[in-house]
Design a protein around this ligand. Sequence first.
Ligand code: ADP
Length: 501
Amino acid sequence: MSSSQTASESPRQYQLFIDGKWVDAESGKTFTTPNPSTGETLAEVAEADKADVDKAVAAARRAFEGKWSKMSARDRGRLLYKLSQLIESKSSELAALETADNGKPIKESTYIDLPGVVENFEYFAGWATKIEGETIPVPGQMFNYTLREPLGVCGQIIPWNFPLLMAAWKLAPALAAGNTIVLKPAEQTPVTAMELGKLFQEAGFPDGVVNIVPGYGETAGAALASHPGIDKIAFTGSTEVGKIIARTAADNLTKVSLELGGKAPNIVFADADIEQAVSGAMMGIFFNQGQVCCAGSRLFLDERVKDEFLARFKERAEKVKVGDPMDAATQMGPQVSAEQLARVRGYVDIARGEGATVFTGGGSPELEGNFKNGYFFQPTVFSEVQNSMRVAQEEIFGPVASVITFKDEKDLIKQANDTIYGLSAGIWTKDITRAHRFAKEIKAGTVWINTFNMMNAASPFGGYKQSGYGREMGKHALELYTHVKSVWVDLSGKPIGWYGN
Ligand code: ADP
């Protein structure tokens, strides 16, 4: 499939996936999702609302209390592993759909997103049989142990930047731990989540274990987050919506985990390998059109190497191949939506108004044919930025780097930490003591030293400060989806004696 082919195809159709069945929304409503590289309709999808969310939560509860909780951990793990293999066998088709719905280059969906999805299901398949309690050395004639138990029904709301990968990050640990799920994909990118529903069926998951309810945030998302029948809500998205979710969940004291925005400092010291740092800075801000919560959007440059770095960075940024995301040579596709493009554009005016310079980019590229209507934006660099400016403090979520220069390390750490966010940070230096000192001092959930955007299913990911709470991936993710129960057993066989006999 190519973008031009999808233009001539009739839109794909999807229903809701509830209790193992494909059903229309109770309201009968549907919504459409465009291919962002052309603006043409890719799919028409049933639009879930409160009534559908109610049905999905009830189905997930029945599944939790029924077959799923009686299934052995080994069988749960085997199902997850089977799912990972099914996804792998369909990965080129799923990668093409991800690119058609999100706009990310096919090279990225093929070599980064899909392998990451498979890896996460595979990794957590292995965990299903390794979730254990502990024995605690309490005093006296007592035996105390803990049980790790699933929470129950988990609501999961995911964003549009890595649609299938974010679904995998959430579903895999929750299912490994024995929970059941109601998943709401983002309205901009529901397609691959619906395809995933088909693979859950094919793998043989019992009905109702995974329910998928595409729809809008203010309706389906809000209905899920506020539902008294869920035991946990997990969310990835903007800090603004994360706060709404946390407030909503507070009414029922529903457990919450949040993976929110970022404004990562990516720091280049004078002793860095400049070529390595330039390629890392590009990976940091142009990957996935800059629509990455951990993007290296604040580029801190040591004054002594600023000119050399910027000359090379500009040259490389101007060579980035922007265009048809289905073309294997494309390095940057369109932004996900017209709203997102308008938002990124808006920051060009804000930057100029604040006294920053548009060093390169700053507009949409000239493209041919259908792609004229796509939501494309050039790789962009703002220079002469101060850390206090809006373009250094607000998450732009586009291919836009804000360059700030620094003189000494003390001042640098202060500025790097002077943000409401704390998701990630990068540093480029050959000085190992400085690198590790920085890793310790920066307030962020992930630190990359002489690399950027590295992730693995086994390594935890999450935020400090307003970047959220909880850690996804790795064994820490299991803590988000399990209760710890403490069990006390008397070994003396005697009455407690406190009140006499
Ligand atoms: P962005 O601003 O980048 O589009 P959002 O944080 O708005 O990201 O969206 C992330 C996810 O949160 C999407 O699935 C969206 O539908 C959902 N969402 C948006 N608003 C709400 C809300 N008020 N309640 C629950 N979910 C929401």
